[in-house]
Ligand binder design. Structure first.
Ligand code: G6P
Length: 367
């Protein structure tokens, strides 16, 4: 049956709104809610013996991999290398025997990622893939297939596949940590409980749609937009900038908040909106001081944070978007929603072709 937009104006919009459902659907196949345990598919290798992980992907899938690097390293204490697929083979990567190579791809067909997969296979790596198309080439060539259950994604700019990738990667990181003896049953139960909160928190994030639509005209005239994030929110800044570029054709850059003073700060003036992605928490104070640096130069800030963060630093912002207070593990999933919606509504203000942006393809099958 043909996939319809229903009451939505664009497939991208529909796919953004499907996230609570498809993330729940994806989590269902990786968690045992009653036992409060993660449940990964059968593996014919011993994951507890993996000493190193190599993550390779492109585009939005690459940013999901960047978040996963934080999780694998902090939970399982396994060092992770991550590369753009188009760069990977050409740096002659060191692939020690017994390593796990993880490929993330919505389509499972991206040529650079597939070439990297085959390179890793030829070099004795165990191949795990997180893909949304279970019949894809990558799925067929994997030792371990970890499907996302996002359903067909039609909009060229990836949205629901991203949050589903994050859901799978969080479960994999937790499983990895359990097998490495780094998480007690109690800690595992806690992680599972937080993951199960994700769909409701995604819904709460979607409740801000009208508010984000109302602020889109403030961003639409900009020539450049800067996105800032720290720690696991840095990849979200990159993803926010990518979404805006892809569909609104506004030049946008994602930067690590603390790195702003080493360059992008030179660009800041009243005409460059700065989108700050910063849930409250141990890193928040540092980000607040980065925001002051922006303000001192006349920069206009859109702060995306929770009630606590907004109470502390929301005054004087051009706009704020309030997210629910969430556990850090699910923050990247939840904060993906406002950056997707912001890009979407800005593109609508500009009247671009949201689902089929110029020069872009859903799946890039040439290297
Ligand atoms: C293209 C799409 C992006 C996607 C990237 C990677 O550039 O436009 O939305 O993130 O490919 O695709 P993959 O299917 O490998 O995730």
């Amino acid at each position: 049956a043909a996939i319809e937009k229903g009451t939505f104006q664009h497939f991208m919009q529909k796919e953004i709104f499907e996230q609570p459902t498809v993330v729940a659907q994806t989590l269902r196949s990786y968690l045992r809610p009653l036992e409060r345990q993660v449940a990964l598919p059968q593996m014919d290798f011993d994951i507890s013996r993996i000493e190193r992980v190599t993550i390779v992907a492109c585009g939005t899938s690459y940013y999901a991999g960047m978040v996963a690097k934080y999780w694998f390293e902090s939970f399982a204490r396994v060092p992770v290398d991550i590369d753009f697929a188009s760069e990977f083979r050409y740096r002659d990567p060191i692939l020690p025997p017994g390593g796990l190579a993880l490929f993330i791809s919505q389509s499972g067909e991206t040529a650079d990622t597939l070439a990297a997969l085959r390179h890793c296979k030829a070099n004795g790596q165990t191949i795990a893939v997180v893909v949304n198309v279970p019949t894809s080439t990558m799925a067929r060539e994997a030792d371990l297939l970890l499907p996302t259950h996002a359903g067909p994604e039609i909009g060229v700019a990836s949205t629901k596949a991203f949050t589903c990738q994050l859901a799978v990667l969080a479960a994999l990181a937790a499983h990895f940590a359990v097998k490495k003896g780094r998480l007690s049953a109690e800690q595992e139960a806690e992680i599972v409980a937080h993951l199960l909160e994700a769909p409701a928190c995604l819904n709460a994030a979607l409740d801000h749609d009208a508010e984000i639509r109302a602020m889109a005209p403030l961003i639409a005239p900009a020539r450049d937009v800067l996105y800032l994030g720290r720690g696991q929110d840095f990849p979200l800044a990159l993803e926010g900038a990518l979404k805006l570029k892809e569909i609104s054709y506004i030049h946008a850059e994602g930067y690590a908040s603390g790195e702003m003073k080493h360059g992008p700060i030179a660009l800041i003036d009243e005409a460059v909106p700065v989108i700050v992605i910063a849930p409250s928490g141990p890193l928040f104070e540092k980000t607040v001081s980065n925001m002051q640096e922006v303000r001192a130069r006349g920069g206009k800030i859109v702060l995306i944070s929770d009630a606590e963060g907004l109470a502390e630093a929301g005054v004087g912002c051009l706009a704020t978007i309030e997210m629910p207070k969430v556990h850090p593990l699910i923050a990247p999933l939840v904060y993906a929603v406002p950056v997707q919606l912001l890009a979407y509504h800005v593109a609508c203000v500009k009247g671009t072709d949201v689902d089929q942006p110029r020069n872009l393809a859903k799946s890039v099958t040439v290297e």
